[in-house]
Design a protein around this ligand. Structure first.
Ligand code: OGA
Ligand code: MN
Length: 319
């Protein structure tokens, strides 16, 4: 019963009882109760993307009642969490990527939302709700088209494709992403993600900042729904039988701060210096850390095309 559960967990008065929410910080209990099972990692000869913990420390689980729904317990280093936070807030929000604030800015206006906010316009900070990358999600028609496609960021592509390989999705190609920005009173109502031409490819969902209650049901609204906590750094993968399931975010809860506390020293390729120096300098990092104290960032990465396809088919040419 997706709608009923959603309403229950969204409620403020009275607040929901959270004892049924799967919490992977207590993964030993969930394993004992047969709610989750361990998933082995695949070996890959790809170099790991920086900002990820060593593979032999990763914990990956499948939710027993939701075959194909995989959970990776925060595999990011603190530096990795800081890196993706800076990229999402400072860089991915720039044109030509699309955002909910585009209608309020002239295309020739090159000023960046993050910089405007830092230069005093704090009211604007909570107005950014989503950004789309690569094939732009069309919120009205829900249809991806070739002429509504931007460059997909290469760092996000490399990191998610590395993740996909390690989880056994050898062919995954990152082609579209939605970055969602949530505040403490935000929700994302129940929906299915079915706009992609290829509905067999998995969907990767990364979380940074405050924790969320994520609710996932079955392919029918009547099916039983399962609530779980997503903490900063956690990754959820909707694949196989769970790829088309109803899901949503009924609540954001405040509490997490430590996950991005102090960045470790880690070797990072030079090409990322520009971002990494912000992550390592505590005063440059401060506004990003402050944002995360009352917000959650979700990066939702999808493959649109079938394996081997390079674009959506063109209109039929009339000679
Ligand atoms: C989405 C989505 C979930 C989340 O963007 O389609 O389901 O955890 N996001 O924010
Ligand atoms: Mn979704």
């Amino acid at each position: 019963m997706f709608k009923k559960s959603f309403k229950y967990y969204k409620s403020r008065k009275p607040p929901p009882n959270l004892t049924q929410v799967l919490d992977f910080l207590k993964s030993e209990d969930l394993l004992c109760d047969n709610k989750i099972k361990k998933v082995p990692l695949r070996m890959t000869n790809l170099d790991p993307f920086f900002g990820l913990k060593p593979l032999d420390t990763w914990e990956v689980y499948e939710i027993v009642a939701m075959p194909g729904l995989l959970f990776v317990k925060n595999p990011f280093t603190n530096l990795g969490q800081r890196y993706w936070t800076v990229r999402c807030l400072r860089d991915y929000t720039k044109r030509p990527n699309k955002s909910n604030l585009d209608p309020f800015n002239k295309p020739e206006d090159t000023k960046n939302w993050w910089d405007i906010c830092q230069n005093g316009n704090k009211l604007l900070l909570d107005k950014m709700r989503w950004v789309t990358l690569g094939y732009h999600h069309n919120w009205d028609t829900k249809v991806y088209t070739e002429n509504n496609r931007g460059q997909f960021p290469t760092d996000l592509k490399h990191m998610t494709e590395f993740l996909a390989k390690v989880l056994g999705f050898e062919q995954f190609s990152a082609q579209a992403a939605i970055v969602n920005f949530y505040h403490l009173n935000s929700t994302l109502s129940g929906h299915t993600d079915h706009s992609e031409r290829n509905l067999n490819a998995p969907l990767f969902s990364l979380s940074f900042g405050q924790k969320a209650i994520f609710l996932i049901g079955g392919q029918q609204l009547e099916d039983q729904a399962i609530p779980l906590f997503l903490h900063s750094g956690d990754i959820l993968v909707m694949s196989k039988d769970s790829r088309l399931n109803y899901h949503g975010v009924p609540k954001i809860l405040q509490g997490d701060v430590s996950e991005w506390s102090s960045p470790e020293s880690e070797s990072v390729p030079n090409e990322y210096d520009d971002v990494v120096k912000v992550c390592k300098d505590n005063s440059a990092w401060k506004p990003f850390g402050d944002y995360l104290k009352h917000s959650r960032i979700n990066v939702n990465v999808r493959q649109v095309l079938f394996d081997g396809e390079i674009q959506l088919s063109e209109e039929i040419n009339v000679f």
